[in-house]
Write a protein that binds this ligand. Structure first.
Ligand code: IMP
Ligand code: MG
Length: 185
């Protein structure tokens, strides 16, 4: 038995469903940015699984880059209004078509701050591709141009999303039973 079985309330999105939807998103992106430059920006660390699977299916030439942020305040399982850039991009995004690739939008605070920051660098366009949208929890309005799935207001893990930095490797999105959760090791 896998250690996560003890606190896995249910598999919300299985691997096959995830991959099928990612293929659809990649096809849409390939169509929309045809004959344009394209830079996919992954926000570390949660977006990494999604970026890797998505980019393999984007059929037009494109570049990738990474940035990392941390959010201040509140508990470890929520973000706050203020973020700090802990790792910046290498790429100069001026006149580039930037597509932000994120694992999940919850309150919307993280993506709103990142958009505000990147906009100051004058990209040609700036759009958002998110795998999971916890729409019920939204505190600030953020544009979503490509959305994988809308999900209920539950804490989820797997496929890039962590519980206390663990289980990002799992190929599915699971719902945590927080009462049964015990950290590994
Ligand atoms: P927001 O700023 O509230 O939109 O939060 C977005 C960030 O919070 C995501 O990039 C995740 O790192 C984290 N997050 C929000 N909900 C979950 C969840 O259900 N599981 C794991 N991480 C989450
Ligand atoms: Mg994240």
């Amino acid at each position: 038995m896998q250690p996560y079985q003890e606190f896995l309330a249910e598999i919300l999105i299985d691997e096959q469903t995830l991959q099928a939807r990612i293929a659809e998103l990649a096809a849409e992106i390939s169509r929309d940015y045809k004959d344009e430059n394209l830079l996919l920006i992954c926000i570390l660390r949660g977006g990494v699984n999604f970026l890797v699977d998505l980019m393999r299916l984007v059929s037009i030439p494109h570049q990738i880059d990474f940035m990392a942020i941390s959010s201040y305040g509140v508990g470890a399982r929520e973000s706050s209004g203020s973020i700090r850039l802990t790792m910046d991009l290498v790429t100069n995004i001026r006149n580039k078509n930037v597509l932000l690739v994120e694992d999940i939008i919850d309150s919307g605070n993280t993506i709103a701050s990142v958009l505000e920051l990147l906009q100051t660098r004058q990209p040609k366009s700036l759009k958002v591709c998110v795998l999971l949208d916890k729409a019920e929890r939204r505190e600030v309005v953020v544009p979503i141009h490509y959305r994988g799935f809308e999900i209920p207001n539950r804490y989820v893990f797997g496929y890039g999303l962590d519980i206390d930095e663990f289980y990002r490797n799992l190929p599915f999105i699971g719902i945590v039973d927080l009462e049964k959760y015990v950290p590994p090791g």
